[in-house]
Ligand binder design. Structure first.
Ligand SMILES: CC(C)(COP(=O)(O)OP(=O)(O)OC[C@H]1O[C@@H](n2cnc3c(N)ncnc32)[C@H](O)[C@@H]1OP(=O)(O)O)[C@@H](O)C(=O)NCCC(=O)NCCS
Length: 385
């Protein structure tokens, strides 16, 4: 015990908090159950990756067909959740709630209405994981249509997971290329070992609490701008730079803006990572795909990418800090016409698969997660003395 010891926390940096067979994250490679992320992004669909994470192996053709039709069949939401979403228009307008908050409550309600809610057996957990994976895009789509004051768009059973998600948000059938880019972004976001939200979900499930509860907690953790919320914050930052310096992308003006941010000790969103100190494997993959779509969409979208690239160059050369996946994600989702407050909910639509895999792994090998702290408070005193 010491009254002078520091309250500064290490953030558990470099500490292994447990074993997992789901994912390995290090500077050398990002691996999901034995498959490297570039390989998956290039050769697997999100549905295949979801199966791999949830069930543990690459699906056969027939396993994949069954899995896909289970997801399509579970897309619709129970009536009380639809009623809740439509009742949230004003809260979303007035920003007393943002889409991540509404999604968090909707997931919690889905638990209240799920016939397996109190059953944490392996079979029930897998059923719930598939239902949540299928339902979350519908929550996001309905929420966006509520915000826009339009009729709800029903899920389209003829569309794959990513294409249907984008369609429900934008009300337009995405091109194959756009659907592919969203699909890859979901794959890149699907899993990342013991990140803050996944660790949250493991801590909750280690008390033997239920899957919907653990996912609800994970969504709250992901919302923060130091974690998943960075994809929205990165886009807001680029808009701020654009607002301050105008649309010309003048290199000197960008440099001046950045130097002021460095002087103010601002954290630039979408840069840096606890594990990847020399760059995030996922960022280059998404940047390339997003920029290709931007080039086709026309000059304004491409110019935002060029601004982002200049910001990135300055961060890398002057600070040796590299973009994480949230930086190109912001620019890419912007090109697709997705409203900024839905960027982190879309992250949830992907990460639900990783969270659910970890919740199931935790339940199957459980021990309560209960670390200790180092007390640095006052010396012992007498209440009456
Ligand atoms: C992700 C993040 C929380 C990792 O944090 P961390 O591992 O605790 O890294 P640190 O905060 O110790 O950073 C080390 C140094 O780099 C600086 N740094 C790290 N990320 C930075 C950023 N995005 N902008 C400016 N400086 C940054 C820190 O200020 C610190 O500098 P100092 O040693 O002079 O104090 C941090 O990089 C960050 O806040 N990034 C912005 C948010 C973000 O994009 N999050 C998504 C992560 S996938």
């Amino acid at each position: 015990m010491s009254a002078t010891a520091s309250l500064k926390n290490t953030g558990l940096e470099g500490v292994s908090a447990g074993n997992t067979a789901i994912c390995s994250v290090d500077q050398g490679a990002l691996i999901y159950r034995g498959y490297e992320i570039h390989d998956l992004a290039e050769n697997a669909t999100f549905e295949e990756v979801a199966f791999l994470l949830l069930i543990g192996h690459k699906p056969s053709a027939s396993e994949l067909e069954t899995f896909k039709s289970e997801l399509v069949g579970a897309r619709e939401l129970p009536e009380p959740v639809i009623a809740y979403l439509t009742s949230m228009r004003h809260a979303l307008d007035y920003r007393t709630a943002v889409p991540m908050d509404v999604l968090r409550t909707a997931v919690s309600m889905l638990g209240n209405l799920d016939k397996d809610s109190q059953d944490s057996s392996e079979e029930a957990n897998l059923r719930k994981a598939k239902r949540l994976t299928a339902q979350i895009p519908t929550v996001i789509g309905h929420m966006q249509n509520v915000i826009d004051g339009r009729e709800l768009v029903q899920p389209d059973a003829s569309m794959g997971h990513a294409q249907n998600l984008l369609y429900m948000i934008t009300r337009e059938k995405p091109s194959d290329e756009e659907a592919h880019v969203i699909d890859v972004s979901l794959t890149l976001y699907a899993e990342h070992d013991y990140n803050a939200s996944t660790f949250t979900s493991r801590v909750i499930s280690a008390t033997l609490s239920d899957m919907h509860g653990a996912v609800t907690g994970a969504i709250a953790a992901l919302k923060g701008p130091l974690h998943g919320g960075a994809n929205e914050a990165a886009m807001e930052m680029l808009k701020e730079i654009r607002g301050d310096i105008g649309p010309a992308n003048d290199t000197e003006q960008i440099r001046t803006w950045m130097h002021r941010a460095f002087q103010d000790k601002r954290k630039l969103m979408g840069f840096g990572h606890r594990v990847y100190k020399n760059g995030d494997h996922r960022a280059g993959i998404l940047h390339k795909l997003g920029h290709a779509v931007a080039d086709k969409k026309g000059s304004d979208a491409a110019k935002l990418f060029e601004l982002g690239e200049e910001v990135q160059r300055i961060m890398e050369t002057e600070k040796a800090i590299f973009p994480n996946v949230d930086f190109p994600c912001g620019m890419t989702y912007n090109v697709m016409g997705i409203p900024v407050p839905q960027y982190t909910p879309i992250f949830v639509a992907a990460r639900i698969t990783g969270w659910a895999a970890h919740i199931m792994e935790q339940h199957a090998n459980n021990r309560l997660i209960r670390p200790v702290s180092t007390y640095v408070g006052p010396e012992l005193m007498k209440w009456n003395g």
